[in-house]
Design a protein around this ligand. Sequence first.
Ligand code: NAX
Length: 330
Amino acid sequence: MKAPIRIAVTGAAGQIGYNLLFRIANGDMLGREQPIILQLLDITPAQQALRGVAMELEDCAFPMLQQIVTTDDARVAFRDAEVVLMVGAKPRSKGMERKDLLEANGAIFSEQGRILNEVAARHVKVLVVGNPANTNALIAMKNASDLDPHNFSAMMRLDHNRAITQIALKLFQPIQDIKKMVIWGNHSGTQYPDLSHAEVRGRKVIEILRQNGWEDWSEKEFIPTVQKRGAAVIEARGLSSAASAANAAIGHIHDWLLHSHHNDWVTMSVPSDGSYGIPEGVLYGFPVICRNGHYQIVKDLPISELGHKHMMDSYNELLGERELVKHLLK
Ligand code: NAX
C-alpha cells in the first residue's frame, strides 16, 4: 500500500468544502489507490460545523481515508501537508470595497503563507481558491520564501471548464472533443476566455464559427457569458458556485500532480515568467501542460491585437491589486 498523502483544506466547513471533501476522500483527485489524511482548517466559530462534516466523512467509510484532523490552528492543518487547498477566505460583505476585501484576505493569506513556510512538506503543492484568488496566492507565495514559487497556483479551472461547455453547446459537440481552451489573466471580470486556439477533433473552433457566420459570437456572447457566469449562478441559486468550484479544484490538482490530457492543455494561474509579454511579479492564467507534479507554460501561441489588449487589461488589474497589498509582499 502507498504511503498516505496529507491534504490540508482551509475553509473546510464552507460550501465549497462540503462539495470538495467527499470527492477527495472518494479518490476523485488522487486516485482510488492513494491513501489520504485530511487536515481540515476553519475558524473557531465554525469548529462545530466542521466536526459535523468530519462525522459525515467517517460515515461514508471511504477505504482510502486514513485519518481526519479538524482544527482552527493552521500549524496543525498544514503540518507535513503535501497538497494544500486554500479555500477559506473572507467573503465580500455589503458596502465593502475591493480594497477592504484585499486587505482582509491579505491578512489571512500572509499569515497562512508564513505557516506553510514553517510546517508544510517542502514539495507542497498549493492551490488558492479563495478570492481574490490570484492576489491571495501571490501573498501566500511571497510569505513562504523557503518554498518553490512554482508550487503555488490559483484557480482558473472553473472558468476554463465553463468556457469548454459554452463552446460544446454552441457547436453541438461532445465536451471531451473540445481541446486547447485557455483563460488568460485574473479570476475576475477582466479574464480573457480565448477560443482562438481551441479545436474540435483537430478542427479550429474559429473556422467552424466562421463557416456558420458566427464570427461575432466570441466577443459578443462567449466572452461575456464566461466572464459573468459566477454572477449568473449567484443570481439563479442565491449562492455562489460551490459544486462546480469543487470539481474544478479536483481537476486542477489531479492534472498538476498526475498529468493533463495528451494533445491538450489546462489553464492554471501561475507565477508569470515573461511569457506572452506578461512580466514577472503576478500570478496569471496561462495554458499549461502538466506531468508528475510539474507544469510548463505552453509557449509561442499566436495572439491577435485584440487578444493582446484583453490580456494586458487583466494584467493591469492584477498590478492594481498588487499595489494595494504591496506591504504584505516581502
Ligand atoms: P463559504 O463562505 O461557504 O466558506 C468559506 C469558509 O472559509 C467558511 O467556513 C469560513 O469560516 C472559512 N474561513 C474564513 N476565514 C478563514 C480563515 N482565516 N482560515 C480558515 N478558514 C476560514 O465560501 P465558499 O462558497 O466555500 O467559497 C470560498 C471561497 O472561494 C470564496 O472566497 C469564494 O469567493 C471563492 N471562490 C473562488 C472560485 C474560483 O474559481 N477561484 C469560484 C468559487 C468561489 O466563488
